[in-house]
Design a protein around this ligand. Structure first.
Ligand code: F6R
Length: 270
């Protein structure tokens, strides 16, 4: 695992964006798995900034982790609208190569099949971006989540609906009860996982995911099964990790981690 612990959320957002840029530059047709949520807003802000400084996103294909069931893509609270607003509409990403499940499809059963097939046809994604819920979910894989799960409809937990109520003017009853999400096994098929967390509310889930046992009741712990994982944290989210000194020492000696800092200098601080 490449564990990077940075001073604050702003640095985490910048570093994560730089890691994505470096992935894109190393591949002719990068396939990215994307996430939404508050943590990612700042990441997309930096990607837009890089575009404004000449970075080209025209060759990327994207697949988002999840979407609310019952929201149309033009509903402001939908994840499609989020992606359009924060990233796609502000850069030269080819719209036809951006994919999210349709939250208001005529048949959600067919929509699940359709998204599964799309992902299968695409093959392994080069990088999968992940946030983490306070309850340890990744995507919308609520605990307990089978590590063998694939794209499916899931009932959202009360905690997650409360966590996300901000996007619905804090009206809990407006937060959809269900979502369509890539499964844990779908996520694990990506070539590289990048998990990002900031703030104290994530500290317990982060510590469990990295240093705790593998368990369905902490879906994010499944990342331990993957061969290439990056975890980008601020001090608050890293707070309950026991081996912090070790992670800092490893990071200081890692050329891979230093390479990403070069991208920050090139695209974000010029
Ligand atoms: C969103 C997603 C979720 C979020 C997680 C963290 O596409 O897959 O797993 O990443 O709920 O959300 P924030 O960043 O809002 O705390």
């Amino acid at each position: 695992m490449n564990i990077v612990i940075l001073e604050n959320a702003a640095k985490v957002e910048e570093y994560t964006a730089a890691l994505i840029l470096s992935e894109i530059q190393h591949r002719p047709y990068p396939k990215l798995g994307l996430a939404t949520g508050r943590t990612m807003e700042g990441v997309y802000k930096h990607l837009v900034q890089a575009y404004n400084r000449g970075f080209d996103f025209s060759n990327i294909t994207t697949f988002n982790l999840d979407e609310y069931v019952g929201l149309s893509p033009i509903d402001e609270a939908s994840y499609r609208a989020y992606m359009d607003k924060h990233f796609f509409n502000q850069t030269n990403v080819e719209r036809a190569r951006t994919h999210l499940p349709h939250g208001l499809a005529e048949s959600m059963v067919d929509e699940v099949e359709k998204y599964r097939s799309l992902l299968e046809e695409a093959g392994s994604l080069d990088l999968q971006l992940l946030g983490i819920g306070n309850n340890g979910h990744i995507g919308f894989n609520e605990p307990p989540a089978l590590f063998g799960s694939e794209t499916r409809i899931i009932e959202l937990s009360e905690e997650t609906r409360q966590q996300n109520a901000g996007a619905f003017e804090n009206n809990l009853e407006d937060v959809p009860t269900h979502a369509i999400t890539m499964g844990i096994n779908t996520i694990l098929k990506a070539k590289k996982l990048v998990l990002v967390a900031t703030g104290p509310s994530k500290a317990e889930a982060v510590a469990g995911a990295i240093e705790g046992p593998l368990r369905a009741s902490l879906p994010a712990s499944a990342i331990q099964l993957h061969h290439s994982v990056w975890i980008i944290l601020d001090i608050a989210a890293a707070n309950q990790l026991k081996l912090q000194t070790y992670y800092h020492r490893q990071a200081a000696n890692s050329t891979k981690i230093q390479e990403v800092h070069d991208y920050i200098d090139k695209y974000m601080r010029s």
